[in-house]
Design a protein around this ligand. Sequence first.
Ligand SMILES: *Cc1c(COP(=O)(O)O)cnc(C)c1O
Length: 360
Amino acid sequence: MPDRIYNFSPGPATLPQEVLTQAAKDIVNYNNKGMGLIEMSHRSKEFIAITDETEQLLRDLVGIPANYKVLFLQGGASTQFAMVPMNLLAPGKTASYLNTGVWARKAIKEAKLFGNIHVAYSSEPSNYDHVPEAGDYQVDPAAEYLYFVSNNTIYGTQFHAYPQSEKMLVCDMSSDILSHPFDVKPFGLVFAGAQKNMGPAGVTVVIVREDLLDRVPENVPTMFRYKTHADNGSMFNTPPCFAIYVVNLVLKWLQKLGGLTAMEKLNREKAGILYSAIDGNSFYKGHARPDSRSLMNVTFNLPTPELEAQFIKEAAGLGLDGLKGHRSVGGVRASIYNAFPREGVEKLVAFMAEFAGKNG
Ligand SMILES: *Cc1c(COP(=O)(O)O)cnc(C)c1O
């Protein structure tokens, strides 16, 4: 078996090798305490220090203003589809949503359980091959918030400028958080499952503006109230200790690399190599419209489904794993999150040229 392959999986996804090595050691014996990290009480001095440090690292990297809370929750990004409207939409209130793919659609379905949902834009008719620009839609004047998904993992589309609205923004950043700097202030709430770009599965990070915590209707259960978790430093119940710890290591890795500006530069270079290969050979056809192309998930098709299957199989044989596209787009999806090495992209591009030469 090879030491380490190139893992293009959309999530859970590849993590920095130094993070894995450190976590493997700490899971057995943390800080020479004679016990493993996942055996420690979440109320121990050591673990509280880890959580506090993780929050501080995230605050420093993103530049999160003091009037925002950072929460470490469970239930995945999917639980946020319901938790957002439960907390931010009183009965009879309205919110606008941008439907740019499956994850947005699922959020819309849940939100309809709690309020009036206005779908301001949908790119469904063209199989979600783009995200809208500012002039393409109108937000409901009565909307409490405008909800969107910053990166559409399945289709390989991404907002390169966030919606401009006087309404507060709510965003599912699961698949591109920490891939570039962003300004938190227009957002009421941002959430992201960790397993794409931040760590392992099991923890969802929520960044929420403090004044929104008291908006929650009375009948929302304790565990589903952001305020419960904010008031208890994400320790109302047992948090996902190990996942938080690995996020901590990933954030330190990011900091060492130079933070989000440096990360964005690397991401642009990696994605640029891949999109040039697609544009430079008519054998390959990108799914996303060029102006909406994602730097995280690069989707493309080959002339036939048979060739796509052969491509994915041969690539896997070369240690280029996880390239099969989502069934709703087919073809190939190369997920190249922060921790995905540039050499893997170069290897994929070399294979693309060779494969097209043989089969084109
Ligand atoms: C993967 C993903 C989700 C779902 O995350 P879970 O943690 O599995 O619930 C939601 N939104 C986006 C954008 C995703 O990429």
